[in-house]
Design a protein. Structure first.
Length: 464
């Protein structure tokens, strides 16, 4: 039995059913059509009374007439999964948007279906045997190492380089790592998605990549469900015993879409203005990113920070699920230190001797100590000048400046904008270079020579 649309308020659609008919289940899909014949998918979000199903449209509700029929499908949103999705760009419903014809996948999966038989990797349960994923980005590999099967966040306000850093991570890790990659664009610009797609093609890694977009101009339902579609793809590949890299840009837009849906449905917001279901929605997504005995999902999530406020409730909620938090700083960006990673505000649970080794851990700790001391000395130098520092503080100050500049790096994905060829630096080279700076091997070399270079050699003089 079909229902009839009695109210349309933006993406919220109320569908009325006869009293003798059982209402469709939560998250069940209804189909309706505009007056011009275009199909629109509606997802049931809640029941109002005994005859009304309140739905969120996953496409524009423009031109849907009041009184239109809504067909009950008896199913939830399903997307194609498997090797057929590689090289393809899809929307939240698994429909191709790359102009390359239909996706002829043999298997389809519901995006809301709960996982079964979930097991943690027994190696990880014992507390050892973690596999590092080298990124070639010095500041990441040194202080915030990427570990297979973990959740990692790149946080920052507007125009601080979150998407650029994420794109560089994809570029470097996918080329070195032979796993599969799922990229989910949540509420971001389609221009960025187009650039990313072309970057995958030019670097030759598109054969191992699938992309799902819930674009900025789409309904909040499409933006909200995009991450669910993306993680469904990742789960299926994991079940095939593959290591999956899952990238999402931006998870804050997922929370924001949930807030829009909650408001449109008439729910009373929390004291901070966000939806009362923020924590449960965030956990529903993040708890699906887990490693099994064979196959892992490693996530890198870009997180927009509104007004550079790291205490924003949505950002704090996301914090609790991340193993590694890389915070981008506006002050460092304005100083021309790219990537603008703030090592003081950032943190990583992966920087542990049991994971990275004792030598790496001690080097990273010493670098962090010097950089922390540098921030203190900068305030003093701004008042009394560098010449008034003690000999020991002066040594720390200049070595800190060298380390600060050494953490900058030209990116492959930014080469068209900067004109500087990208640099990939191995973990070994990064550690070796940092140790030489800490030992004072380059005390006679000015700090500007370390700006935007790769690794440094034993006889480094700053010549390029």
């Amino acid at each position: 039995m079909n229902g009839r649309i009695i109210s349309i308020q933006g993406p919220v659609v109320d569908v009325e059913f006869p009293e003798t008919v059982e209402l469709p289940g939560i998250y069940e899909v209804l189909k309706t059509k505009t007056r011009y014949g275009a199909e629109v998918i509606l997802e049931v979000m809640e029941h109002v009374g005994e005859t009304l199903a309140r739905c969120i449209a996953l496409k524009s509700t423009l031109d849907i007439p009041r009184g239109a029929l809504a067909e009950v499908t008896g199913d939830v949103v399903q997307i194609p999964v498997g090797d057929e999705v590689f090289r393809r760009v899809m929307n939240v419903m698994g429909e191709p948007i790359d102009g390359q014809g239909p996706i002829n996948a043999k298997v389809r999966r519901p995006i809301r279906k709960p996982r079964k038989n979930m097991h943690l990797n027994p190696e990880e349960e014992k507390g050892h045997s973690f596999e590092l994923l080298e990124t070639g980005i010095k500041v990441i590999d040194l202080l915030f190492p990427l570990v297979k099967g973990t959740k990692n966040g790149v946080l920052g306000g507007a125009a601080l380089g979150k998407s650029t850093l994420t794109l560089e991570l994809i570029h470097n890790v996918i080329e070195k790592h032979q796993g599969a990659c799922i990229f989910t664009g949540v509420g971001e610009r389609i221009r960025e998605g187009h650039e990313l797609y072309n970057e995958f093609i030019s670097t030759g890694v598109i054969d191992r990549v699938a992309l799902i977009y819930g674009q900025m101009n789409e309904s909040p339902g499409a933006r909200f469900e995009a991450v669910m579609s993306g993680i469904t793809l990742a789960e299926y590949l994991q079940e095939q015993k593959k290591d999956v890299l899952f990238f999402a840009d931006s998870i804050f837009r997922f929370a924001q879409a949930g807030m829009e849906i909650s408001t449109l449905l008439g729910h009373i917001p929390s004291e901070t203005g966000y939806q009362p279901t923020l924590a449960s929605e965030m956990s529903e997504f993040h708890e699906r990113i887990r490693s099994q005995r064979e196959g892992s999902i490693t996530s890198v999530e870009a997180v927009y920070v509104p007004a550079d406020d790291l205490t924003d409730p949505a950002v704090v909620t996301i914090f609790s699920y991340l193993d590694s938090i890389v915070v981008l700083s506006r002050a460092r960006m304005q100083a021309g230190l790219y990537p603008a990673v703030d090592p003081v505000a950032s943190s990583s649970a992966n920087l542990d001797p049991a994971i990275v080794g004792r030598s790496h851990f001690e080097t990273a700790q010493e670098v962090t100590r010097i950089l922390n001391k540098l921030e203190e000395l900068k305030h003093i130098v701004a008042v009394i000048g560098v010449d008034e520092l003690s000999r020991g503080d002066k040594l720390i100050y200049f070595r800190g400046l060298k380390l600060q500049n050494f953490m900058t790096q030209p990116f492959f994905t930014a080469q068209t904008h900067t004109g500087i060829p990208g640099e990939y630096v191995s973990i070994e080279k990064t550690l070796e270079s940092c140790r030489w700076i800490l030992e004072g091997r380059f005390d006679q070399v000015t700090e500007d020579k370390f700006y935007m270079v790769g690794s440094v050699e034993r006889d480094f003089t700053g010549k390029k």
